[in-house]
Ligand binder design. Structure first.
Ligand SMILES: *[C@@H]1O[C@H](CO)[C@@H](O)[C@H](O)[C@H]1NC(C)=O
Ligand SMILES: *[C@@H]1O[C@H](CO)[C@@H](O)[C@H](O)[C@H]1NC(C)=O
Length: 400
């Protein structure tokens, strides 16, 4: 009898310890988030489409990405990339062209490929789409990461008493909320996309971004939404865009394993970004028809930073008049990003010994790696094919 009681006590203690462990391991924001937007678990991450851009001659990249998508239950639609030499000078927007410095044949091809996707999104009246470059990689837990991101993004994309939270806190010096402390009504279900109803770009894969600082009406708002205790975030020493880069500034400002969602500012590289129908229309008008000066990612950066917004730019008013938006005057485009990014550039084993990293620097291509992604799909394809779970790419990480 006594023995049985003791056994029961031991069992209870073990159960309590396990429960505490699970509770610590699964923060409430994760549980809440996964109940919020079940459609994000579908094969297009809650967007209407996932488009992936690939130059047909790069069959290697199409093979790898097809497999990576299949192994993580993603449905991608291929869009052919464009070679720079196939872009005629006469199709370039009038106000700009290759006579500007810093604009290469590669830039031309990339510009056209991205314009082609935007054109298709508009032509097919796609509500929202994720656009991937064919060297993008992601974590095997992408779908749950996206559910949490969606909840944070709504502080920027969903009106709360008429205005998104990010707008209401525009004048505060350092507004910040943890995702599970956002006012409840932000969590109300949006009807256009699970990421919110009023946004232009969700910049999910980049090679660097900054927190917005200048509190001006035509600049991105300074709000930050943190995702604490996110064990899919690598430890601080791995938070850098390529192996020889300095650690990202944000890694020193937040406790380890914090992800931060904020308006895009100075963001570069376009491994992955989502556009809404309204975003696609504005972008095609601006960069398909008006302005072409440099690489696509740098133009998108400037656009999100509000460089084309405001009274100083009469073209913006014209866009509103043309029915691109509802006609009401508004601030800069709504571009939301995240640090560390949820998609990143995969460095495969190349033939050359060194390759140029996006955003500068060299990477030794003998060692495969993907910055920012703890359990990379590309690095785990063989394991996943054999029905095994994914493995950490950095051995010294603490277990999950
Ligand atoms: C995934 O969900 C989104 C949003 O509800 C929807 O538009 C899209 O069609 C869904 N994807 C698939 C493949 O059903
Ligand atoms: C595009 O889709 C929206 C709903 O997502 C609808 O209201 C609109 O009428 C559609 N436009 C066209 C031209 O079909």
């Amino acid at each position: 009898m006594l023995l049985r009681h003791r056994n029961e006590a031991v069992l209870l203690a073990v159960a309590a310890a396990v429960a505490l462990f699970l509770w610590l391991r699964t923060p409430d924001w994760l549980t809440a988030a996964s109940k919020e937007s079940p459609e994000i678990l579908n094969s297009t991450l809650g967007f209407q489409h996932i488009f992936a851009i690939n130059l047909p001659s790069r069959t290697d990249r199409r093979d790898a990405m097809t497999l990576a998508a299949a192994l993580t239950e993603l449905g991608i639609t291929w869009v052919d990339g464009v070679a720079g030499k196939d872009v005629l000078d006469k199709v370039l927007p009038g106000g700009s062209s290759s006579r500007h410095g810093g604009f290469t044949a590669g830039n031309k091809g990339s510009w056209r490929a991205h314009m082609d996707v935007l054109q298709r999104i508009i032509h097919e009246n796609v509500t929202s789409a994720l656009i991937l470059e064919d060297d993008a990689d992601w974590d095997v837990r992408l779908k749950t990461q996206m559910q949490v991101f969606a909840q944070a993004a709504r502080a920027f994309t969903q009106p709360l008493n008429g205005q998104p939270l990010a707008e209401q806190y525009r004048k505060h010096p350092h507004p910040e909320f943890a995702v599970h402390k956002l006012p409840q009504r932000i969590m109300l279900h949006p009807h256009l996309t699970p990421y919110g109803d009023d946004w232009d770009v969700l910049w999910l894969g980049h090679c660097g971004t900054e927190f917005p600082t200048t509190p001006a009406p035509n600049k991105p708002p300074p709000l930050r939404v943190t995702i604490p205790n996110d064990m899919t975030v690598p430890s601080p020493k791995h938070l850098k865009p390529h192996p020889f880069a300095l650690q990202d500034a944000f890694a020193e400002q937040y406790p380890p394993h914090t992800r931060v969602v904020h308006a895009s500012s100075g963001t570069t590289c376009t491994q992955a970004y989502a556009v809404s129908q309204q975003g696609a229309r504005k972008l095609l008008w601006r960069f398909g028809l008006q302005t072409l000066t440099t690489g696509w990612d740098l133009m998108l950066r400037d656009w999100c930073d509000g460089l084309f917004t405001g009274a100083a730019d009469p073209d913006t008013a014209a866009a509103a008049d043309a029915g691109v938006d509802s006609g009401q005057s508004r601030g800069p485009p709504v571009c939301v990003t995240v640090q560390p990014p949820l998609f990143s550039h995969h460095y495969g084993k190349g033939a050359a010994s060194d390759i140029m990293a996006p955003g500068g620097g060299f990477v030794n291509s003998k060692k495969e790696m993907t910055p920012y992604v703890r359990v990379s799909v590309r690095l785990n394809m063989e394991r996943l094919l054999e029905g095994q779970g994914g493995q950490e790419q950095w051995e010294e990480e603490e277990p999950m």
